[in-house]
Design a protein around this ligand. Structure first.
Ligand SMILES: Nc1ncnc2c1ncn2[C@@H]1O[C@H](COP(=O)(O)OP(=O)(O)OP(=O)(O)O)[C@@H](O)[C@H]1O
Length: 855
């Protein structure tokens, strides 16, 4: 239990948040407000009970005077009602009782402020419990009203429908509907989500974004850190056990001849497992659905009885039926919202969890996966496939349950009213089922093709847009449009095929078979029965109304099957990503992960030893990128890698970052093999600047801090070293200046210097500079070079590996490694290499151009 509220009041005032008296007043107002809300909500059932009791006693007074010969149903119902009334009172008091212990929790959360999950849980739990209880009471009142009405109907017959008791019973019904509608709106509002704060690229709340509050903020301040709340609510899709299993069958999945039926079966079972994570919403949804169905199913009955009353000129009876229809329809409508909401919420939860997990699985893949994968295709899996899969899945649950209950209810009603006519109507259900089976199978196959075509089109658009500068530069807009058009045409053809199949299905099954043949035969048969006096027109009318529902729901039932098949098509593509267990050094690999749990301290002051490594890129296994290379880099030294383009310099830098593992040999830090080190702590010690550094949309400060936890003062220091401070200071917003998508609103040289500052902000033990100036114009290059010179001269205790074409940069290196066609041909200091008259380096120097660049 939290300490008494007074403690927090005192602590809050000590913290200087507010003067003591104001805090006390606020606490008082909050308590009064909560009590007032409680009293308002309590008043609904209490008023209902007070209205109910006199009504009941009047009914009891009017019961037949000879109960011994025939027990009165009204007395029995009256007792039952009194019991329910007592239950209302008990629940009301208990929900009021809930308020008392919850208030300190709410206050605790509010005053403590930081521990927002605490208050969200307590406040939402309290509010929703209250609304839920009131809603249940409303529903029970509706039930009691209906029972009493039917009892008074039994006692007084149709002629006495509008006597006093019946009116009072109706008032119970009205009261129930009122409570249900009101509390339902309250409950709906409590689910309304608040706007979340914008985040910076580092995942922190943006300082500039205004904090917008949702409608329940006065009761329920939501989490300050949306990520922490999110992680509380997003259930992991894969358990440890699953991951183990995936590891074992990883190879099988990758190489599997993707058999359609097994993959569908696997997809379907995985989908059902996903739905299992949302069982609370689905079960509550199913319960609400079952409660709702009698109300929904009663509507055609009241339509037919109203018309029957009109035919028999019982106008007051007709009015009563219409009134009942209206009340029951209202309850049906309110409950319909909850069906839609609960199933929809389950769906959104699944989509959210699948998206987050798929993205997180993608983030943990190995570099070679991304070398061959298409970004647009991956984006399409994250967006459309995830949505489609979960959407169809939850509709499967809703429609299958609802359809089974409705079909059963309608079937029983029909068989009871007219067995022959009922049997004829129900006979169509298996025929429709068979047609749907074939249609569903075809739809499933087509859905997979549609998803693939959509992914193709998305990846084409993605590529064109992300390379838009080059497209414009090479005047290839028309070519790109044509490429995209072809992809969209393919998708269009598949969708048209689907459309035609859908059209044939609706024409044949829905319109011709059900609407025309079944209706006509039913009317024909029914009219013969009416002529023979075996059926009344009222029952035939009810039959016609119900058969419409029956056919609609048998279609829904079978379509929910096609939905499941369709979602397993989309799911298959998503699960493929979710299931993919990357080979090392992907961070999702279990071996790599196991090294993270037992972290091996990354070597920061050790020599780097490359022992006889050979390497081919996984995407090009036949071409050797590095061939038996051995070299040693002393800790704290400056090393340069030189050689012609394509000789493998950047590949060495990639291997040092462990983006790939060598096919042969080992990279060691001291005595420790890189493969046995914690990848995370190894990469934390690295600073990398590449030829074309990528910035993220956000401010300059955010970009420099990306991947580190540097303070603003540290950011200023590294910016000065990287020669970035002077130009940043000239921007109107200085370090808060937005850099645009991928840093497009900065020049190449400015981007490069921000990247150098970003690398330095990580305080690296090993700095890798891969042609950090090669892509720049002379002016920018001079500025970046100045920064690099400063860095290379001081070194700040870092081991630095530089790939450069500029002689000035290379000559100051302690050791220069000269490479040719993936092999190491020479190494030594600049002077040592110069002395080798016919050496490779010497020959390169002979060809240095006027700008001082090596070939
Ligand atoms: N992701 C990749 N997949 C397949 N092959 C690759 C990949 N990256 C590079 N290569 C190939 O590996 C070889 C070495 O490339 P690397 O980038 O290491 O050369 P480099 O010496 O850095 O060249 P440059 O000076 O032009 O940057 C080249 O033949 C290149 O085509």
């Amino acid at each position: 239990m939290p300490p008494p509220i007074s403690n927090y009041v005192i602590r809050a005032s000590k913290n200087g948040r507010s003067p003591c008296i104001i805090t006390l007043l606020c606490a008082l107002v909050t308590v009064v407000a909560f009590l007032a809300v409680g009293v308002i909500f309590m008043s609904f059932p209490i008023t209902a009970i007070y209205l109910l009791y006199p009504c009941l006693s009047e009914i009891e007074d009017k019961t037949p005077s000879s109960p011994s010969t025939q027990p009165s149903p009204v007395v029995l119902e009256g007792d039952a009602t009194r019991l329910v009334g007592a239950c209302f009172l008990a629940i009301s008091v208990s929900s009021l009782g809930l308020l008392v212990p919850l208030l300190p929790w709410c206050q605790y959360g509010k005053i403590k402020g930081g521990d927002a999950n605490y208050q969200v849980l307590s406040n939402y739990f309290f509010l929703r419990t209250l609304f839920f209880m009131q809603g249940s009471m409303g529903l029970s009142l509706v039930g009691v009203g209906l029972v009493n009405l039917s009892a008074s109907e039994d006692n007084y017959g149709y002629a006495g429908k509008y006597n006093c008791d019946s009116l009072k019973d109706q008032s119970t019904l009205w009261m129930g509907v009122g409570v249900l509608v009101l509390t339902s709106f309250g409950l709906m509002a409590s689910f309304w989500p608040e706007s979340r704060e914008e985040e910076t690229i580092n995942g922190r709340p943006s300082q500039r974004a205004p904090y917008r509050r949702g409608m329940w903020h006065c009761f329920c301040r939501k989490s300050v850190n949306p990520i922490s709340l999110e992680s509380n609510t997003t259930e992991p899709l894969l358990t440890e056990e699953d991951e183990e299993r995936q590891t074992m069958r990883d190879g099988a999945i990758m190489n599997e001849e993707r058999n359609e039926s097994t993959s569908r079966l696997r997809g379907t079972s995985r989908l059902l497992k996903l739905a299992g994570n949302q069982s609370l919403y689905l079960w509550v949804g199913i319960v609400v659905l079952l409660v709702r169905l009698p109300f929904s199913l009663a509507i055609p009955h009241f339509v037919s009885t109203t018309i029957a009353s009109l035919i028999s000129e019982d106008f007051s009876g007709a009015r009563r039926e219409v009134l009942l229809l209206f009340l029951l329809g209202t309850v049906d409508a309110v409950l319909d919202f909850w069906c839609v909401f609960l199933f929809g919420k389950a769906k959104e939860n699944i989509v959210r969890a699948v998206r987050v997990d798929t993205f997180s699985s993608l983030m943990r893949q190995d570099q070679s996966f991304f070398d061959t994968a298409n970004t647009g295709d991956l984006v399409s899996r994250l967006t459309s496939d995830c949505g489609e899969m979960a959407g169809d899945l939850t509709w499967f649950f809703r429609f299958s349950v609802e359809a089974v209950v409705r079909i059963t209810g309608i079937g029983v009603y029909m068989i009871l009213r007219s067995p022959i006519l009922g049997a004829c109507t129900l006979a169509i259900v298996p025929i429709v089922g068979l047609i749907n089976k074939f249609y569903g199978d075809w739809l499933g196959r087509n859905a997979l093709k549609v998803q693939n075509a959509l992914a193709d089109a998305t990846s084409c658009a993605h590529e064109s847009l992300s390379c838009i500068k080059t497209v414009i530069m090479l005047a290839s807009e028309d070519h790109e449009c044509e490429k995209y058009k072809n992809k969209v045409e393919k998708l269009y053809d598949l969708l048209i095929q689907q459309l035609i199949a859908q059209g044939i299905y609706y024409m044949g099954v829905s319109t011709f078979l059900i609407n025309t043949c079944v209706q006509a035969s039913l009317l024909l048969l029914g009219s013969i029965f009416v002529q023979q006096g075996k059926l009344t027109p009222e029952v035939l009318l009810a039959f016609m109304l119900y058969q419409g529902q029956l056919q609609e729901w048998s279609l829904n039932l079978f379509q929910s099957y096609s939905s499941l098949i369709k979602s397993s098509g989309a799911g298959d593509r998503v699960f493929f990503l979710l299931d993919r267990h990357p080979p090392p050094p992907g961070t999702g690999n279990s071996l790599v992960k196991s090294l993270e749990t037992e972290p091996v301290e990354a070597m920061t002051k050790e020599d780097i030893i490359i022992e006889n490594i050979s390497f081919s890129y996984p995407g090009r296994p036949d071409s050797i990128a590095l061939n038996k290379i051995s070299l040693k880099i002393e800790s704290g030294s400056l090393v340069a890698l030189v050689g012609h383009s394509g000789c493998g310099k950047s590949t060495i830098v990639s291997l040092l970052q462990r983006l790939y593992d060598p096919n042969e040999g080992a990279i060691k830090f001291g005595n420790l093999d890189l493969r046995n080190m914690s990848l995370k702590s190894h990469r934390e010690k690295l600073g990398v600047v590449t030829q074309d550094p990528v910035l993220f949309s956000g401010t300059i400060e955010d970009n420099i801090r990306y991947g580190s936890s540097a303070t603003f003062e540290e950011i200023l220091v590294v910016s000065r070293i990287a020669n970035a401070h002077s130009f940043v200071e000239q921007f109107p917003n200085k370090y808060q200046e937005q850099v645009g998508e991928r840093g497009q609103s900065l020049s190449g040289g400015q981007r490069q210097r921000i990247a150098i500052a970003r690398a330095l902000a990580r305080k690296p033990a090993l700095l890798l500079l891969d042609e950090a100036t090669s892509a720049l114009d002379p002016e920018s290059e001079a500025a970046v070079q100045e920064a690099l010179n400063e860095l290379l001269q001081n070194r700040f205790g870092m081991t630095t590996i530089v790939i450069a074409h500029r002689l000035q940069t290379v000559r100051c290196a302690d050791t220069i490694f000269v490479m040719k066609n993936g092999s190491l041909v020479e190494h030594g200091s600049h002077d040592q290499l110069l002395q080798r008259g016919s050496g490779h380096y010497r020959r390169m120097l002979d060809r240095v151009d006027s700008a001082g660049l090596l070939p």
